[in-house]
Design a protein around this ligand. Structure first.
Ligand SMILES: Nc1nc2c(c(=O)[nH]1)N[C@H]1C(S)=C(S)[C@@H](COP(=O)(O)O)O[C@H]1N2
Ligand SMILES: [Mo]
Length: 406
């Protein structure tokens, strides 16, 4: 790709916000940067600030030396392959879609406590909500002659593969990639974006380039309601292909296996790549174990439904799940952005709160219900899987009530 390169080491990484908690695997300079904000930061604003947004990488951050030459190559099973430049994308109608990005590995650390899993450990903050600005992928694909609502091109293209620039060891040094069905990519209602902005700013990378810090916008795919792994950052090319992407992250990772499958008897081909994430909710105003004073406590957190289903309600219990009360939705008065599309909120999380009276040490639990009446599973043991993905079990925190000497 002219103008852009994927470094093979981590010597040119940008500076990150000091509040981000770096996960164990990433502490070595040989590993990609993976970090999440403290959970309390998630409930302080409906839109997560870019610098506090979790970072999930599989390779070094790309380096751009000439934005004018940066373009995305669209080719494959189509009539007219084309190079799409940033200016071409900016000329298409712009949409602002508020959408939550969640890593499939969110809450993996809690799952690993029941039985060992493989993967980077995450607490509850491998998630964030942003206003993504960009062109709809459906409009971009029209530039190469693919009409809206197409499920197959005349040459047999049925999937859209997104290939990045960053080199990953899982792909044997090749770039990160993923795909979605063509029918979803060409459906304007699916709101799949070729995004150039996050929260109203060009998505920037601060890179040290001898003497300068430069602001670098790169195109990113954003797919609401789907696990983060499919929203490919730093796009290099788009391929229209017949079968889904055969890359590592589609075929050998991010698949949901039953608890009976372990590394000794795994057959990756028996499962489909995970796409939508299931309904999730987490308490963010309290740590997993926290000492508090007796009296009124306001409990707050996030709830998000996959597939654009939207949150119906959030139930909170202060007696370990015996009795429940309904939390209220925190009004998102502080949102500084106006979504262009009435349905754009369906991809976004809901922040909830409820004020309770705590008199003694207890377990506080949250569970959410989506608009299709799907509910979170009670126990993490029941959904354990060897890759430790999609831990959406009831979120439990323990409060210890102390008295005078607190
Ligand atoms: N190019 C590229 N895109 C990628 C990844 C990556 O490593 N490289 N990681 C994926 C995963 S697993 C997640 S959860 C999200 C994380 O995006 P973020 O770092 O912006 O939060 O990006 C996805 N897209
Ligand atoms: Mo992820």
């Amino acid at each position: 790709m002219p103008g852009i390169s994927g470094p093979s080491d981590y010597s040119q990484e940008p500076t990150r916000h000091p509040c981000l908690q770096i996960n164990a695997k990433a502490s070595s300079s040989l590993e990609p940067f993976n970090a999440e904000p403290p959970r309390s930061a998630l409930v302080s604003s409906y839109v997560t600030p870019v610098e506090l947004f979790y970072k999930r990488n599989h390779g070094p951050i790309p380096v751009l030396d000439d934005i004018e030459r940066y373009c995305v190559d669209i080719s494959g099973l189509i009539e007219t392959p084309k190079k799409v430049y940033m200016r071409d994308v900016r000329m298409l109608p712009k949409y602002n879609v508020t959408a939550t990005l969640q890593c499939a590995g969110n809450r993996r650390t809690a799952m690993s406590k029941t039985r060992q899993v493989r993967g980077v450990g995450w607490d509850v903050s491998a998630i964030g909500n942003a206003v993504w600005g960009g062109a709809k992928l459906a409009d971009v694909l029209e530039l190469v002659g693919i009409p809206k609502l197409t499920s197959s091109t005349q040459y047999g293209g049925k999937h859209v593969e997104f290939v990045s620039i960053d080199k990953c060891k899982e792909e044997n040094g090749d770039p990160y990639k993923a795909s979605i069905p063509l029918s979803q990519a060409t459906n304007p209602e699916a709101d799949v974006l070729l995004a150039y902005e996050m929260n109203g700013e060009v998505r920037k990378l601060l890179l040290y380039d001898d003497i300068l810090f430069r602001l670098i916008p790169l195109l990113t795919i954003m797919i609401g309601g789907v696990i983060g792994a499919r929203s490919v950052k730093w796009l290099d090319s788009i391929n229209i292909i017949a079968e889904e992407c055969q890359g590592f992250f589609m075929q050998k990772d991010y698949k949901m296996f039953p608890p009976s499958v372990d590394w000794g008897n795994i057959d990756w081909n028996t499962r489909k790549p995970q796409m939508d994430f299931p309904v999730q909710s987490v308490i963010c105003s309290l740590e997993d174990v926290q000492s508090i004073k007796p009296g009124k406590v306001t409990i707050s957190g996030y709830a998000v439904a996959g597939g654009g289903r939207g949150i119906e309600r959030v139930d909170v219990s202060i007696d370990g799940g015996k009795t429940w009360m309904e939390a209220t939705r925190i009004q998102k008065t502080s949102v500084p952005y106006v979504a262009d599309h009435i349905s754009s909120d369906k991809w976004a999380w809901v922040l909830f709160e409820v004020t309770v009276d705590i008199t003694h040490s207890t377990e506080i639990v949250a569970k959410a219900v989506d608009s299709a009446a799907n509910v979170q599973p009670e126990k993490v043991q029941d959904i354990w899987n060897l890759r430790g993905i999609l831990n959406t079990s009831w979120h439990r925190v323990h409060v210890r009530v102390g008295h005078s000497n607190m």
